[in-house]
Design a protein around this ligand. Structure first.
Ligand code: SIN
Length: 307
């Protein structure tokens, strides 16, 4: 055995986030790990040919974003529906006129310790059919801070040893919102209800608490790529293991996935529109903008039962 080291994997010059050459869209990769900007597309009247290429770029780069998009709530709903059925949101009932769109907001005066999406996670994995794709529209953006980070779980899986991959292959993770619920309740002692500071929350507590079991290594239904399906926010156990056994493994996998070499970070601008694939990346909204308002509009696409 070689020398043991706990150091992060250092970049070695390798990048596999190159853009393909498309006919209808232009793609500019963001980082060597993942992410890409799609240029010269207007999401309000995207053609079928552009949409097909955008979806292909999404599966390739795991997260894509478009600047300067001017979308109504109807436009965002229509775009979301092109990817599939709306997903279930277990936290909010959505905007009154458009229940499929959730407002993600932190007011300037809020000093909340816990915000929506404020730790590494994949969206709603406590559901039997977690959302495949999430769409987020930047409406009000702090002058600095409030970035979002993503981590590529396919590249993280590929970087593991064959021995580790064999060990992980049969494992099922228990995904539950119980830790988030407890943290939200603790943060909002005044009402003893679950909340994320300025956001209106109508948490479906039973669904969040009970959660679901999913394969720790999941296969993407379109690309066939294998990725790690485990996160910091929702993974509460591994089937058949005691907490004492599971916790160090989950901790290792989360720190493995989220090391810098597998990540990208987006600086939001007003009217930036982001789309990511929850089956092949984790993400983390940064709660570092006290004194500045941040508002996003979010929608989700229902996914399959993870395989
Ligand atoms: C989310 O986790 O869906 C929200 C991410 C963000 O606000 O940047």
């Amino acid at each position: 055995m070689g020398e043991l080291t706990s150091d992060y994997i250092q970049p070695s010059g390798v990048s596999d986030n190159h853009a393909k050459s498309y006919t209808h869209i232009e793609v500019q990769p963001l980082a060597s790990a993942m992410g890409a900007e799609i240029k010269d597309v207007n999401l309000t009247n995207i053609t079928d040919a552009e949409f097909d290429e955008l979806a292909d770029a999404l599966y390739r780069h795991k997260m894509v974003y478009l600047r300067d998009q001017s979308l109504t709530l109807d436009d965002q709903e229509n775009l979301t529906r092109r990817f599939g059925e709306f997903g279930v949101d277990a936290y909010t009932t959505g905007v009154e006129s458009h229940p499929q769109i959730q407002r993600v907001v932190k007011e300037a005066e809020d000093k909340a310790q816990i915000i929506f999406g404020g730790s590494w996670h994949t969206d709603s994995p406590f559901l039997a059919r977690p959302p495949a794709i999430s769409l987020l529209y930047g409406v009000d953006i702090p002058p600095f801070g409030g970035d979002t980070l993503w981590a590529n779980t396919v590249r993280a899986y590929a970087a593991l040893s064959d021995t580790m991959k064999t060990m992980l292959a049969p494992l099922q993770v228990h995904m539950s919102g119980r830790r988030i619920l407890a943290a939200m309740k603790q943060a909002d002692t005044a009402s003893a209800s679950a909340s994320f500071a300025s956001m209106e929350i109508d948490a479906k507590e039973r669904i969040l608490f009970d959660g679901a079991y999913h394969p720790l290594v999941r296969t993407h239904p379109v690309t066939g790529e294998k990725g790690l399906y485990v996160d910091e926010s929702y993974t509460v156990g591994i089937k058949g293991m005691s907490e004492y056994e599971a916790a160090p493994l989950v901790r290792f996998l989360c720190s493995h996935i989220t090391q810098p070499i597998f990540t990208c970070r987006l600086r939001w601008e007003k009217y930036t529109f982001v789309i990511w694939d929850n089956r092949s990346c984790l993400h983390h909204a940064f709660n570092d903008h006290d004194g500045f308002r941040r508002e996003m509009l979010r929608s989700i696409v229902e996914g399959e039962v993870p395989q």
